[in-house]
Write a protein that binds this ligand. Structure first.
Ligand code: HEM
Ligand SMILES: Cc1cc2nc3c(=O)[nH]c(=O)nc-3n(C[C@H](O)[C@H](O)[C@H](O)COP(=O)(O)O)c2cc1C
Length: 465
């Protein structure tokens, strides 16, 4: 086709003929694609392609794939635009789920009405599709680790100093030199578009308004170009990376990440295969028997290199001058190893309980680090995430030596309920709770948070007084 010729329109009836493994066509955003070549390699499996074959797959495709995904298909896979006159009129009646969501949206209160993160979580459950809710909320096996992440914070209690002056409180800090107005960051989490059409772009905008760092997931539903189009100059974004089995693909991505202006690489190491997330599987109607490495409840683990070790961290350093943060550390030995091989920081995390069931709560790992290698906490930047629902959780982690604390689900829930305004509300609630906690604890500055201000259960103070 030459440039001045208009493309040949494809009749809908033609698309309908291609519904098998041998010829699988789909319509996405008015364009017809031949997906036959990826039937066996599609990361989401072949069943979903065949389920959508011969029809308009836009609704299934758009919230999950960044817009540049289709560029990875061979050029001949783009058949051309569908002829709009041949598309049968949709007689889709609203489903029970459509009705439930419409009603919940109609009854949504304004963001200010949410007093805490639990309020936002409840609203998210009411307005999200059942598959989006299940994807966000799901966790591994019996969700013991998911529950434990939050429970571990509850075992720490404060030792407030009530005779201090607390008129002015500063919550300012930094991560790897990037200034932040609060000691919290948005943990990288995939598929924000499942909750809102602007997806991760809402998180970027809210993080900028509130002055915090955001981690962008390797499996984000917005493309890097989309994210960068809303990022403010110099806004600190960290890129979360899964090491690809294909090293050259990782190499290309790492170089692109540096070129586009990310401030750090956050390498996730706790998700070599996807955890067994039954909530998610059930919502998708995917109850097929899974082999140990073939679970597909989510993007984590898809194509992740299995031979990666700490000794490969220098290889990443050889490709980029960006600092490297290792995310997913769960014991003191791996913390030592990450720093030994040149990591600039670590995140104590178990992926929000979505990966290994019975992995320790990050607060428990932090306590282990504090007990065995307190010097690491004094000298290096150690962050944690998982199970944070209150400002007091953040302050407890900082008392024990963490520098900043990540939130994974909460921003996704806020985004799903009110878009950007919901993410802002999540951060504002944390700000209010953190400031109140500091005042009542008798501190005005994050540097004053020390182990002397907390105790473990009924035990005496953690630090020597
Ligand atoms: C050509 C048409 C395509 C269609 C209709 C399509 C459709 C889908 C659907 C419906 C899912 C959800 C699976 C589930 O719920 O379990 C999915 C998942 C996925 N697709 Fe595609 N896809 C297409 C092409 C691609 C391409 C070209 C790529 C990248 C090379 C890709 C990457 C993925 C990934 C990474 C997932 C996993 C998301 C998750 O479950 O977390 N897809 N796809
Ligand atoms: C829906 C969802 C998707 C996630 N995707 C990623 C990801 O792509 N990469 C990653 O390193 N962590 C991912 N995580 C884990 C988060 O970065 C973070 O560790 C976790 O959510 C923290 O727990 P919380 O949700 O209790 O705050 C994801 C978490 C959720 C809930």
């Amino acid at each position: 086709m030459s440039n001045n010729q208009s493309p040949t329109l494809v009749a809908y009836s033609e698309v309908q003929k291609h519904t098998t493994r041998d010829s699988c066509w789909v319509i996405i955003n008015g364009q017809v694609y031949d997906a036959t070549s990826i039937i066996d390699s599609h990361p989401g499996g072949s069943a979903v392609l065949l389920k959508n074959a011969g029809k308009d797959a836009t609704k299934a495709f758009a919230p999950i794939h960044p817009p540049d995904t289709l560029a990875s298909l061979p050029p001949e896979a783009h058949i051309g635009p569908v002829d709009p006159r041949t598309i049968p009129e949709s007689k889709d009646e609203p489903t029970e789920e459509d009705k439930r969501i419409a009603k919940a949206v109609e009854n949504l209160p304004p963001p200010e009405a949410a007093l805490n993160l639990r309020d936002i979580e409840k609203l998210a459950e009411s307005v999200l599709t059942s598959t989006a809710w299940a994807y966000y909320r799901s966790a591994g096996d019996d969700e013991m680790t998911y529950d434990e992440n939050a429970a571990a914070f509850k075992r720490f209690w404060f030792r407030p100093r009530v005779l201090n002056k607390i008129s002015k409180v500063s919550t300012a800090t930094s991560m790897l030199g990037c200034p932040m107005s609060l000691p919290i960051f948005i943990s990288p989490a995939a598929l924000a578009r499942l909750g809102h059409p602007d997806g991760e772009m809402n998180l970027v905008r809210a993080a900028n308004t509130e002055g915090i760092v955001m981690g962008l997931s390797n499996n984000a539903s917005c493309s890097i170009d989309e994210v960068m189009s809303v990022r403010q100059p110099n806004q600190p974004l960290f890129f979360q990376l899964y090491m690809n089995r294909d090293r050259s693909a990782s190499e290309t991505l790492i170089k692109r990440v540096e070129r586009t202006g990310f401030k750090a690489i956050m390498l996730t190491v706790d998700a070599a295969v996807p955890g067994k997330r039954e909530r998610d599987q059930r919502a998708k109607g995917d109850v097929s028997v899974q082999g140990p490495s073939h679970g597909k409840s989510g993007t984590a683990g898809l194509g992740v290199a299995h031979e990666f070790t700490g000794a490969d961290i220098p290889w990443i350093h050889s490709l980029t001058s960006l600092p490297i943060i290792i995310k997913g550390i769960q014991c003191v030995e791996d913390a030592e190893m990450a720093f030994k091989y040149g990591a600039q920081a670590i995140v104590l995390s178990n992926h929000g309980g979505r990966e290994l069931e019975y992995s320790p709560a990050p607060m428990t790992t932090l306590l282990e680090l504090y007990s065995k290698r307190p010097d690491i906490l004094f000298r290096r930047e150690v962050y944690i995430d998982g199970g944070v629902t209150r400002g007091t959780d953040v302050i407890k982690a900082l008392c024990l030596g963490a520098r900043a604390v990540g939130l994974g689900r909460a921003p996704l829930y806020g985004n799903g309920v009110w878009g950007e305004a919901g993410v802002l509300r999540v951060i504002q609630i944390m700000r209010e709770e953190i400031e109140t906690c500091m005042r009542l604890l008798g501190v005005t500055n994050l540097d004053e948070l020390t182990p002397a201000l907390i105790r473990y259960g009924d035990q005496p103070a953690l630090a020597k007084l």
